[in-house]
Write a protein that binds this ligand. Structure first.
Ligand code: UDP
Length: 245
């Protein structure tokens, strides 16, 4: 499959609609795997990483465009798309829906202080919700996922970074009867209140990536590797597919 084939699988509506649809599926007891596709995972899949490719194509998978480069890439290929869907907004929307309906939630990832603060916040806000959490640094993650499966959760958020979080979910999906699974990257840091999200201006102008690089310059190499190379790969693929048609 080319990068364009993966882009065609990505949701094209609004972010609010996507979150509402995922929340509806969760409350209806569906099993769904939400992949917020960023350039890194799309590049891995199109370069032959079988695990990345498989998880983007599973029957339970819903794919959302994570980041402005993915939105631009879709437009470049003539595909319909409205806007990006951020992991933070999606995680928050699903947590709220689970909380309001007294559902069972498992959180895995981030530093202990971060995930414990986030869990405490939601437990206080929604006492009827059942919430289990574990940080992303100690313990065997496969064992932790097996423990979560026994709880039959409605929502499992995994915050370990791309693609480790998606690969972990994909390995365990069959062990769960139902549930909504999402790899949410650095969202716990932001939702716990311990790390500030970019100011509104950067979010509104789709330049949140720039804010993150300026704050954490170590991100630049990763940004270059995934985003810049991705946009070149998409241009090449779009040119080739035009030639063929
Ligand atoms: N993380 C973790 N265990 C690890 C490595 C990372 O729990 O071994 C967490 C880290 O604390 C952070 C998240 O994974 O909360 C990754 O955040 P990042 O912003 O790098 O994710 P991205 O969305 O950029 O992939």
């Amino acid at each position: 499959m080319t990068v364009i084939d993966y882009l065609k699988r990505i949701y094209s509506g609004s972010a609010a609609e996507f979150t509402a649809r995922a929340a509806e599926g969760m409350l209806a007891g569906k099993k769904q795997f939400v992949v917020t596709a960023n350039p890194e995972i799309l590049m891995r899949a199109s370069k032959g990483d079988e695990e990345a490719s498989r998880l983007l194509c599973l029957p339970e998978t819903l794919v959302a465009p994570d980041g402005i480069s993915v939105v631009k890439a879709m437009r470049r290929c003539g595909l319909p798309v409205q806007e990006r869907v951020t992991g933070v907004d999606l995680a928050q929307g699903l947590l709220e829906a689970a909380g309001q309906n007294g559902r069972t939630v498992c959180l895995l990832g981030a530093r202990e202080e971060v995930v414990a603060t986030l869990a405490a916040k939601y437990r206080e806000r929604y006492p009827a919700m059942t919430l289990r959490f574990h940080n992303g640094y100690d313990g065997d993650k496969d064992d932790l996922m097996a423990g979560f499966a026994a709880m039959k959760p409605d929502l499992v958020l995994v915050a370990l970074g791309v693609p480790a979080q998606e690969k972990l979910i994909a390995r365990h999906l069959d062990a769960f009867e139902k549930g909504t699974f999402v790899g949410v990257g650095g969202s716990f840091d932001v939702l716990s209140g311990l790390k500030r999200r970019a100011p509104e201006f950067f979010i509104r102008t789709n330049t949140e990536w720039l804010y993150r690089i300026v704050r954490e310059p170590a991100r630049f190499k990763r940004f270059y590797e995934s985003n810049i190379k991705f946009l070149f790969a998409v241009r090449r693929a779009a040119r080739e597919s035009k030639k063929k048609s």
